[in-house]
Design a protein around this ligand. Structure first.
Ligand SMILES: Cc1cc2nc3c(=O)[nH]c(=O)nc-3n(C[C@H](O)[C@H](O)[C@H](O)COP(=O)(O)OP(=O)(O)OC[C@H]3O[C@@H](n4cnc5c(N)ncnc54)[C@H](O)[C@@H]3O)c2cc1C
Length: 267
């Protein structure tokens, strides 16, 4: 939709250009969430896609994903030797309730910053223990787990003027076996629950629950837990929510079932 109060769009070329951001000036990446609803408080936008950040950077420690990397780019990332988690990139992109047209503009950072519970990039990067790099408005840098970056339904650790620069996935996560489950009320509907299990090379098991909870919830075990333990831990989560895409009690119940499927798959 038209954002009628927005009268200027600045193309950001370097970090100094981000100083324009604030209460009434928002960052825009793909725009697929920003243009989806009225933004009467905004007078200007700062386009991050002109910053020229490389979408995907392989490092010795893992993979850095620029906030401006599109879902299309991420979905096509080539597999690397040993990356047992590789399939999760494509799996999670398919959990976005949007066609290839949306994939081509929607960014990983925009998905995290929009912070919808059904944000599939939140599911992916939290499950792989991603670390978010935040450029604070005062010029400082801050790193935090993605699971802490998302603080609630449409809320994040960002303050006005801050920018999410990148997400780094550690090598150990990329080498992990990963099992993915998504459920929605209709075949093409927005996710009601998205769960990923991760079995690290050292044997640690992490279940990440998203979609059905207002923020990512992670259950961690030194080894693959018994079925009864995992089930009771999932059922004990308190942050289920109800909206048009599912009732809280349904989300809780199906998540317990999906968690067990994941546990079995990672046996
Ligand atoms: C048909 C359709 C289906 C969709 N389905 C889903 C879905 O299933 N799940 C879902 O989660 N979303 C969905 N969306 C919403 C949206 O497409 C995604 O959330 C997308 O990933 C947002 O990315 P973007 O780059 O377009 O973000 P934008 O729209 O550009 O930005 C989103 C928000 O994040 C801020 N922002 C963006 N990048 C940064 C940054 N690097 N630092 C700081 N702030 C930033 C913006 O100011 C804005 O508030 C859908 C949208 C459409 C049109």
């Amino acid at each position: 939709m038209d954002l009628n109060t927005v009268t200027e769009v600045h193309l950001a070329r370097d970090r100094a250009d981000l100083r324009a951001l604030g209460e009434s000036v928002a960052a825009v990446a793909g725009g697929s969430a920003l243009y989806g609803e009225p933004q009467h408080h905004l007078t200007a936008l700062v386009d991050l896609t002109t910053m020229g950040w490389p979408a995907l950077t392989r490092t010795d420690d893992g993979l850095e994903i620029a906030a401006t990397c599109t879902l299309a780019e991420l979905s096509q990332i080539p597999a690397q030797p040993g990356w047992a988690a590789h399939h999760a990139f494509f799996d999670c992109c398919t959990a976005l309730y949007g066609s290839f047209k949306v994939w081509n503009v929607a960014t990983v950072g925009g998905n995290l910053c929009a912070a919808l519970p059904a944000g599939p990039m939140t599911s992916l990067t939290a499950a792989l223990d991603g670390e978010a790099l935040v450029w604070r408005a005062d010029g400082s840098d801050e790193r935090m787990p993605v699971a802490a970056f998302i603080t609630g339904n449409k809320t994040t650790a960002l303050n006005p003027g801050d920018v999410l620069r990148s997400i780094t996935l550690p090598e150990d996560s990329l080498l992990s076996r990963v099992a993915y489950r998504k459920i929605a009320l209709s075949p093409l509907g927005r996710s009601g629950a998205v769960l990923l299990g991760r079995l690290a090379p050292g044997g640690a098991f992490v279940l990440t629950v998203t979609g059905g909870t207002v923020r990512p919830i992670q259950l961690r075990y030194e080894t693959r837990p018994p079925a009864a333990t995992l089930r009771s831990d999932v059922l004990a989560i308190s942050e289920w929510f109800t909206d048009a895409h599912g009732a809280a009690d349904w989300r809780r119940a199906v998540s317990a079932l999906l968690a067990e499927e994941i546990r079995e798959e990672l046996s």
